[in-house]
Write a protein of this length. Structure first.
Length: 277
């Protein structure tokens, strides 16, 4: 069992929902990333989603686009992100780390070489936004060959037939993108999210994490009531940007926000029928 699958199994046994905060590696500076990862774990994160800076992050709204720009201005590249994971893993052997990024840097490195390097660094899963599962057989094989979980996205417009294909290619969990659009955009319709998650569950035995549009404790609690994990990105990255000049203030602000999200997720009203999902 992978570290990521093990974490979700443990959450299920304890009747808890997962909290997955996202940050962009190297934002606001490379030296802050690992301390920030550690602080988020101390404040209740179950899994860390670590963004790999990219020059054309097509799924991201302005907040995370600017985070990528800040990280790239420091020269942060894929190999630097893996070094950060390795440093984090030297002090935390338990918390799963999922890399989130785009295909181009991975193709430049090569699937096999990337998978080997990511696994050796201590990563547990990879979300590659622009890799369709229909074209991912070699990529998925390389990841799985090194014990990495390929995490794929399901959108509000994904058909049930395609959910079957996505589920077959995925490991760790499925990521449901709750909004049509980019990160940080739109209004979250929790009723629609719940209905879609129920449909997804008919096609997979994997946990379902929900991201996009979760901006505060209220929305986090609402999503925790219908999903296995709550994924929060732009709302955290905004706090990183606001305190970019003061590392201590940044750590305190993000830590306090993650703690608030943790309390909200733990207070969620989870329907009895979902307790053993």
């Amino acid at each position: 069992m992978s570290r990521l699958s093990g974490r979700f199994a443990d959450l299920r046994r304890r009747g808890r929902r997962g909290l997955v905060p996202f940050i962009t590696a190297g934002d606001p500076s490379p030296s802050v990333t690992v301390p920030l990862m550690r602080r988020m774990v101390e404040c209740g994160a179950d899994v860390i989603e670590l963004g790999v800076p990219f020059s054309d992050p097509m799924a991201e709204g302005p907040t995370i686009q600017k985070a990528c720009e800040r990280a790239l201005a420091h020269g942060v590249r894929l190999h630097d992100v893996l070094d950060m994971v390795r440093e984090f893993r030297s002090v935390d052997a338990d918390t799963p780390v999922v890399l989130m990024g785009y295909l181009n840097p991975i193709e430049v490195m090569g699937y096999e070489r990337f998978a080997q390097a990511a696994a050796q660094a201590g990563a547990d899963g990879v979300i590659t936004v622009d890799m369709p599962p229909e074209e991912a057989d070699d990529y998925v094989a390389a990841l799985r060959g090194h014990g990495l979980d390929p995490v794929f996205l399901v959108s509000p417009t994904t058909t049930e037939a395609r959910m079957e294909r996505i589920s077959a290619s995925s490991g760790g969990f499925l990521y449901y993108v709750s909004l049509r659009g980019v990160t940080g955009a739109g209004h979250l319709d929790i009723g629609e999210v719940g209905r879609k998650v129920a449909v997804i569950r008919r096609h997979t035995g994997l946990p379902v994490g929900v991201g996009f549009g979760i901006s505060d404790a209220v929305s986090a609690a609402n999503v925790a009531g219908v999903a296995d994990a709550v994924i929060v990105g732009s709302a955290i990255v905004k706090r990183v940007a606001a305190e970019h000049a003061d590392a201590d203030a940044l750590l305190d602000d993000v830590g306090a926000f993650v703690s608030e999200l943790r309390r909200a997720v733990d207070s969620a009203d989870v329907p009895r029928a979902m307790e053993n999902v």
